[in-house]
Design a protein around this ligand. Sequence first.
Ligand code: GLN
Length: 458
Amino acid sequence: MNLLEKCKSIKNHEITAIDNLNGYVKVIEEKNPDINAFLEINHEKALKTAEEIDSRIENGDKVGKLAGMVIGIKSNINVEDFIISAASNTLENYQGSYDATVIKRIKENDGIIIGMTNMDEFAAGSSTESSYFGPTDNPTAPGRIPGGSSGGSAAAIAAEMCDLALGSDTGGSIRNPASHCGVMGFKPTYGGVSRQGLLDLAMSLDQIGPLARDTSGIALMLDVISGMDPKECTTLDWEVPQFTSLVENGEDSLKGMKLGVVKQFQEVTDDAIVKIIEKSIDKMSDMGAEVVELSFDNIDLCLPTYYLINYVEFFSATRKYDGRKYGYKIEDVCGEEVLRRIHMGSYISQQEFSGKYYKKALQARSLIRKEITQLLNGVDVIVSPTVPKLPHKLGDTLEPMEMYAYDVLTVIANLAGIPASSQKAGDVNGIPVGLQMQAKPLDDDKIIHAMAALESSS
Ligand code: GLN
């Protein structure tokens, strides 16, 4: 039973929201002490919501699209009455006083928020090891990192602690942990989903998006959270597709779909991963897709451009954590990576009067956007590995550059503002390998269609 069918069963009285919730709470109680996917849960509050939903269903009243779905939220998205710590000591006691727009929409649609998930401090990382509250284990490949920065959300899905989760993705933070944990993740087009209520890492790159165990779950959540928000000026006034109907009535055939495969994306990736991705591409070609070979020449520009912009925007975003209104002064308590970004961002900003770095990074960003958009003009979807390497073992120490190298294939979508997904393609000795799809801005539906088709073939 996929998530959409499960949601229907709840609405049809075959499963109760309460049983669904209690099943997950049992798993959380059992497994979370070891996995550390959730930083906080509120069973009591969730139970009240579940009871209320069940009684409305019993009375034949209307319920929302997410009725009874149990949902985990990354700790950098504001939810009233939960601790919004961004996994940092800086905000360790900061209690959310309002609901972000995405949370309002989830609640209006009768989703049940069970708790807040672990992450890298302020979403600055790729492993969830920099959380002030300790790392998260990878439920699918125990002893390894779950990826990051939304590692708690991905692990919660992989360990079956909830139906759906929200993450945020600035340079891959939804897709990377989805890949390492073997679940589905989706970063919408920039502006497709409201960022209101998200603690920014780098606001010109950040997007909120869903994680789930199947495409129907991703579609369900996208149906609810997508669309224009008058409170958030970067949201687009776009015609939101019915994502769930794409999955429900989804033709499994990929006939007529053009898939781009970029030579350089394979070249930067470990061989064992490339082999698995190639198998999936062959499968998709057997399902009727036409495969087109492409070349992306600016690959070496991507990481320096991304990190430079990230440092500058993050530095600016952190100036509000000065310890006066709430929390502690960030520089006094934060971890090593966050401090590195603050120092680098401050230095680059000071050099800016001469246009030394940031201006160049913006020019490089335009080049990257132009090149990827041109490639996407000739195909429907570009298919590649999500992450070029397998997740390292918890406890291994990586140099910053080694950690950044995980992101080379995911940052492009953020720099260009395009939609991108990750789903499991296979595994190397039990360690999951994710396949990424990228499409033109607002072609999010094409990715969902292709994800569902590939999922149906496995
Ligand atoms: N790993 C990248 C970084 O450290 C991406 C983080 C993210 O998407 N939030 O910035």
